[in-house]
Design a protein around this ligand. Structure first.
Ligand code: PLP
Length: 427
């Protein structure tokens, strides 16, 4: 459910014409709907209204401070995977007591920053990391809450790059070893408190079954730990709930909620969730302008001013994004084409062999479901300034990230210092 759609022939984001935003803010531009963000948050939260729970929006899906601020304002916590994300979340008004820190490679300075910020807990991914957190907490005279991220060896049936809960993946610790670590921590690590169990099996999961399987294993682990006298307060089920890009029919959060509530009955824990994609994916679009159209003997191409540096998902995972005309003025005329960007790679496409309206140079297109892993994965490849981002709220919109300028592109670069440079200066 989202608030993008046609009013007559014009495509709108809530109450604002997308064409107007594109003309005023330029292209490529990401446009988010505030109302959609909040609706998604509340749909998820409502699914767990009956039980103690905390939603920790996964910052990496879309980390603009205004997006984070929208969630923080609704009471959301945050799942971070770097010191940079912690910085953003705090700037956006996050309550540190609602922040969990995930990721396989936390650096010492990041752990220290998180401890000083008094976050809720670290989702620990290796025995060495747990010892590092204990050591750093000891040095700072602080206590660190932690959960071990267990790898339940469950196949989430999603793209291999975003599947994380299989033994062959780099994430988490296998259950049997996790038990040993919890017991070791209790006995021997003086600065950490085992307060949770964490499990995140992958992303864009469109069936309930993998979640239910992972939950079973997490429940077993919980009961084992309780038997060992450990007082686990939080079960963090991670994120991963899929969205509809094309024909997928992922479970509604309410169905997911029923399954999780059933699977955790009687445990007396607070549930934590780390949804990213399902919060923001369909709350954002990427708008581009058609530069040229090219009809080849084998293929037609629509060349637009957005590219894989702006939206990497099609190139990276071969993923599908619907493409719509921002002004529906084609009287049903269609073309089968690849929608491509200007980047010097054949992998640079936004859509392949797609039937779309017969657009002309100067027309705008909207690439749908681009709110998650869109801007946050963008780069400056081909020295392209990163796109602007806009938030629509009712009948108004604001630019929430300025388009990068040419100066921005080389802002942190320096000419080499040395003999040659000095010589040149003297001359
Ligand atoms: C990426 C990630 C998430 C969010 O996944 P979505 O599929 O976007 O919901 C949650 N938790 C962890 C640990 C992650 O790495």
């Amino acid at each position: 459910m989202h608030f993008f759609g046609y009013r007559g022939k014009n495509f709108y984001a809530e109450g604002v014409s997308v064409g107007k935003i594109a003309r005023e803010a330029g292209t490529p531009v990401y446009i988010y709907s505030d109302r959609t963000l909040k609706r998604h948050y509340h749909a998820f939260s409502a699914a767990f209204a009956k039980v103690p729970h905390l939603i920790c929006y996964s910052v990496k899906a879309n980390s603009n401070v205004s997006v984070l601020g929208a969630f923080a304002g609704e009471g959301s916590g945050f799942d971070i995977v770097s010191g940079g994300e912690l910085f953003r979340a705090l700037k956006a008004g996050a309550d540190p007591k609602k922040i969990v820190f995930s990721g396989v490679g936390k650096r010492e300075d990041e752990i220290e920053y998180a401890l000083r910020s008094r976050i809720l807990m670290f989702n620990v991914e290796s025995p060495q990391e747990l010892r590092a957190i204990d050591r750093i907490a000891g040095r700072l005279k602080k206590r660190a809450g932690f959960a071990i991220r267990v790898n339940p060896d469950v196949d989430p049936k999603t793209h291999p790059y975003i599947s994380t809960g299989l033994k062959k993946n780099k994430f988490g610790i296998e259950a049997a070893e996790a038990v040993k670590e919890y017991i070791y921590a209790k006995k021997s690590l003086k600065n950490v408190d085992a307060i949770g169990i964490d499990c995140h099996i992958g992303s864009q999961i469109t069936q309930l079954e993998p979640f239910v399987d992972a939950l079973k294993k997490t429940r077993e682990l919980f009961l084992t730990l309780r038997g060992q006298g450990l007082d686990i307060k939080y079960l963090d089920m991670g994120g991963g709930l899929g969205i509809t890009y094309d024909q997928e029919a992922p479970p509604h959060p309410s169905r997911y909620g029923e399954a999780v509530i059933e699977g955790t009955k009687g445990l007396g824990v607070t549930l934590i969730f780390e949804p990213g994609r399902s919060m923001v994916g369909n709350a954002g679009i990427l708008v581009a302008r058609v530069l040229y159209t090219k009809e080849g003997t084998q293929k037609n191409f629509v060349i637009v001013d957005a590219a894989m540096n702006d939206l990497a998902r099609p190139s990276l995972y071969g993923s599908y994004h619907a493409v719509k005309a921002v002004k529906d003025a084609y009287k049903g005329a269609e073309v089968t084409a690849d929608v491509v960007g200007p980047i010097c790679e054949s992998g640079d496409f936004l859509a392949k062999d797609r039937i779309i309206p017969r657009v002309k140079p100067g027309d705008y297109i909207a690439v749908m479901s681009a709110g998650a892993y869109g801007f946050s994965m963008s780069s400056n490849y081909n020295t392209r300034p990163r796109a602007a981002e806009v938030m629509v709220k009712g009948r108004e919109y604001s630019v929430i990230r300025e388009r990068e300028t040419l100066k921005d592109l080389i802002r942190n670069e320096r000419f080499v210092k040395g003999k040659a440079a000095r010589k040149k200066k003297r001359a």
